[in-house]
Ligand binder design. Structure first.
Ligand code: G3H
Ligand code: 13P
Ligand code: ZN
Length: 330
């Protein structure tokens, strides 16, 4: 059993309290490899932002659980070496079973998500409570979820959201004891969050997606004032990355994300954790494709993964400074 405190990590309680009071959100960036981790830490140290390093079960399989645990420990030391001991959380993203959450807690995670959002309410409560009981005995934070995002969380249809029902949230957080709640208000995972048909066009002809359901968020905030809310599926899908990818041989179609002004508004509310994965994937892919296409003689991986890491760092710094407002809060 490795306790996260021994690795220099923190849980989310203090960070979320400050984020709600200060009207900003903590970035939760997914990582699967060393360069992504380096970019996240370098950007957050540079902008003095707390950070949640987020690992999906797929990432854990990809990178190996032991290596990941040492990488997170390395992340804390790397931040210090770069000049600032920023708060770092190691969080399991979309945990789907008690056993997976338990295993992560035993290998040094300071926070876990148990995603029972696809289950009937009573089963979601029971599973979430089981994880909370175990996690809290070890000082680990737990994120639960109510409502189903369109896309990967949605087994019915890609375009179909099951928005969080505000009338369920009080009972859910009281009975489970979760520390934060992920809700569904119109975000979704991946790079194709909306179809062009769902969007309108502004005066420049740019596609504008339908706004998030702030009415649902506000209702939830009234019912559980000051309770930390989490937004998944919050990539903005920068169109310059999509254009670069497609210019250099990619074939991304109808890639539309959540506009940054919507996320800024959410960050100023009780939303205190915002999950971003796809934008990092796009930044890396764009940078790598550009090197591959413009320098066909290059075969040193550092010469294409290095520029990808630089682009990632720029992206993450932009998020903390201009979108989430977490810069300067470490
Ligand atoms: O919400 C899902 C995250 O973007 C992680 O994706 O399961 O492909 O690692 P993944
Ligand atoms: P994106 O696909 O919008 O980056 O969302 C990531 C996420 O929610 C991870 O849990
Ligand atoms: Zn998610």
């Amino acid at each position: 059993m490795v306790n996260y405190k021994e690795l220099g990590l923190v849980n989310t309680s203090d960070l979320f309290k400050k984020a709600i009071e200060g009207k900003y959100a903590i970035p939760a960036f997914n990582f699967n490899n060393m360069e992504q981790m380096q970019a996240i830490i370098a950007a957050c140290v540079e902008t003095k932002s707390p950070v949640i390093l987020q690992v999906s079960s797929g990432a854990r399989k990809y990178a190996n659980q032991t290596l990941l645990r040492y990488m997170a420990q390395g992340a804390v030391e790397y931040a210090k070496e770069l000049g600032m001991n920023i708060p770092v959380v190691l969080h399991l993203d979309h945990g789907d079973s008690f056993e997976l959450c338990k295993s992560c807690i035993e290998t040094g995670f300071s926070s876990v998500m148990i995603d029972g959002s696809h289950l009937p309410f009573e089963e979601n409560v029971a599973l979430t409570k089981q994880v909370v009981d175990y996690a809290h005995a070890h000082g680990v934070s737990v994120e639960g979820e109510l409502g189903v995002l369109a896309g990967v969380e949605d087994e019915v249809s890609h375009e179909h959201h099951t928005y969080t029902q505000p009338e369920e949230v009080v009972e859910f957080v009281t009975r489970t004891g979760v520390d934060s709640l992920a809700i569904s208000i119109g975000t979704s995972h991946g790079a194709n969050k909306f179809t062009p048909a769902q969007c309108t066009r502004d005066e420049n002809g740019t596609l504008v997606p339908p706004p998030l359901r702030f009415d649902i968020l506000e209702e939830i905030e009234k019912l559980i004032p000051g309770f930390p809310i989490v937004l998944h599926g919050s990539s903005s899908v920068p169109q310059e990355y999509v254009a670069t990818i497609n210019k250099y041989g990619g074939a991304l179609k109808d890639s539309i994300g959540i506009p940054e002004d919507q996320l800024r508004r959410a960050a100023a509310s009780a939303v205190c954790k915002i999950n971003i994965d796809s934008d990092g994937r796009l930044a890396m892919t764009a940078a790598i494709r550009e090197v591959m296409a413009t320098k066909p003689g290059e075969f040193d991986p550092r010469k294409y993964i290095g520029p990808a890491r630089d682009e990632l760092k720029k992206l993450y710094a932009h998020k903390t400074v201009s979108v989430l407002g977490s810069a300067g809060k470490a």
